[in-house]
Write a protein that binds this ligand. Structure first.
Ligand SMILES: NC(=O)C1=CN([C@@H]2O[C@H](COP(=O)(O)OP(=O)(O)OC[C@H]3O[C@@H](n4cnc5c(N)ncnc54)[C@H](OP(=O)(O)O)[C@@H]3O)[C@@H](O)[C@H]2O)C=CC1
Ligand SMILES: CC(=O)N[C@@H](CCC(=O)OP(=O)(O)O)C(=O)O
Length: 345
């Protein structure tokens, strides 16, 4: 077992890339070896991100020149369609890969190609990849060469629905996920809808007709329930920087103590907190930390269950979960580098 891993990050200037840097800077068993950027090659990381001054003494390298093959593991914090072009070469060189994008998340290649609008260049690697949701796939992640780190909405929604579907408590044909994301979920790019004046002091749904996280969530929930699910998923853009709040609805078909069900399911999970009965988790209670806080409700004792699930999209929804996966892959304690108290307020 290695006690020090050499890490490369492709896409070090994006929001998930810099979040990886923040977490890995304090990870005792990680040595950062290469951090790429095409636009900022040559610039010192700490000059671009003063929050990392005194913590990271490296410069960005162009991905074409970066020494990725001598790393033990490479994270791709890049747009969709980039990791699939380089994964095989790295795996062949003995490098393990964690993709924060969606290239390896959906097992059905035709479904992936339809939603992502491009041809997949290595479908055989999709078959090999392990979906990196530790609360479901912990054992397989430990042995994986290639991990598909889950999407942000899919993390919040799946963790909220899993106990109910695994135990057959709700009707799997009529699930509703009403989810809200902060603006950092859209990445660090110049687009009109995420400009301060457009996104602040306003609130809107988007992708009601279909969002690319729908097939990813449906795949995970189907696997939990043992058959296909019917899911209505509506994402919203909310004027927060970080955070996802998912309100999940199901129709109860089998009676159980819902609070006990959730507490038992997540009793041994270091990064899922089932809150006391009647709680209303806030996104600020997870800000900056690798945690999903969940509360389960049964309004007026009726036939509907309502689950509230909150995460920080950049941490449990991306970089933190990726570090959790690294810890599992290299046999480190799962909490290593992730013992962070959320920022509140
Ligand atoms: N933001 C979030 O909350 C979440 C994001 N994700 C996923 O993680 C991935 C990264 O997201 P995010 O950090 O928000 O994205 P950003 O747009 O903020 O950053 C993208 C990064 O990728 C680099 N990059 C872009 N194109 C290429 C390329 N062709 N080759 C190599 N590097 C490239 C960019 O740097 P440069 O152009 O200088 O090379 C930049 O560092 C995306 O796939 C996203 O869907 C997943 C979960 C949550
Ligand atoms: C607010 C916002 O725009 N969110 C993004 C989520 C993108 C993301 O993180 O995508 P992956 O998890 O698939 O990598 C969106 O809806 O497209």
């Amino acid at each position: 077992m290695l006690n020090q891993v050499k890490v490369g990050i492709v896409g070090g200037t994006g929001y998930t890339g810099v979040e990886l840097l923040r977490l890995l800077a304090l990870h005792p068993n990680v040595t950062l070896h290469a951090i790429t950027s095409r636009g900022e090659a040559g610039m010192r990381v700490a000059d671009m991100f003063p929050s990392l001054r005194g913590r990271i003494d490296l410069a960005f390298t162009d991905p074409a020149q970066a020494d990725l093959k001598s790393c033990d593991v490479v994270f791709f914090a890049t747009p969709n369609g980039i990791a699939m072009q380089q994964a095989r070469e790295l795996l062949d060189a003995g490098v393990r890969v964690i993709d924060l994008a969606a290239d390896f998340r959906i097992k059905d290649v035709a479904v992936w190609e339809k939603w992502y609008g491009m041809q997949h260049v290595c479908p055989d690697l999709i078959a090999e990849a392990v979906y990196g949701l530790p609360e479901v796939n912990r054992a397989a992640i430990k042995d994986a060469r290639l991990v598909a780190n889950p999407g942000c909405y899919p993390t919040a929604v799946q963790l909220g629905f899993l106990p109910l579907l695994e135990a057959g408590i709700v009707d799997p044909d009529h699930l509703i996920a009403d989810a809200k994301s902060g603006v950092s979920g859209a990445g660090r790019k110049a687009e009109t809808h995420i400009l301060f004046a457009e996104a602040t002091d306003s609130f809107k749904a988007y992708g009601v007709g279909g969002h690319r996280h729908l097939p990813e969530i449906s795949q995970g929930l189907a696997s939990a329930s043992g058959h296909k699910v019917g899911l209505t998923f509506v994402p919203h853009l909310t004027p927060l920087v970080r955070g996802i709040h998912a309100t999940l609805y199901g129709t109860i078909k089998k009676e159980t103590d819902l609070q006990q069900l959730f507490e038992d399911r997540y009793a041994d999970e270091p990064f899922v907190d089932v809150m006391p009965k009647g709680a209303h988790p806030e996104t600020r209670s997870v800000r900056g930390a690798n945690i999903c806080r969940i509360a389960v409700h049964r309004p007026q004792g009726g036939d509907k269950v309502v689950v509230l699930s909150v995460i920080d999209n950049l941490v449990k929804g991306a970089a933190g979960q990726a570090v959790q996966n690294l810890n599992l892959m290299f046999g480190f304690e799962e909490r290593m580098g992730l013992e962070i108290v959320p920022l509140s307020p």
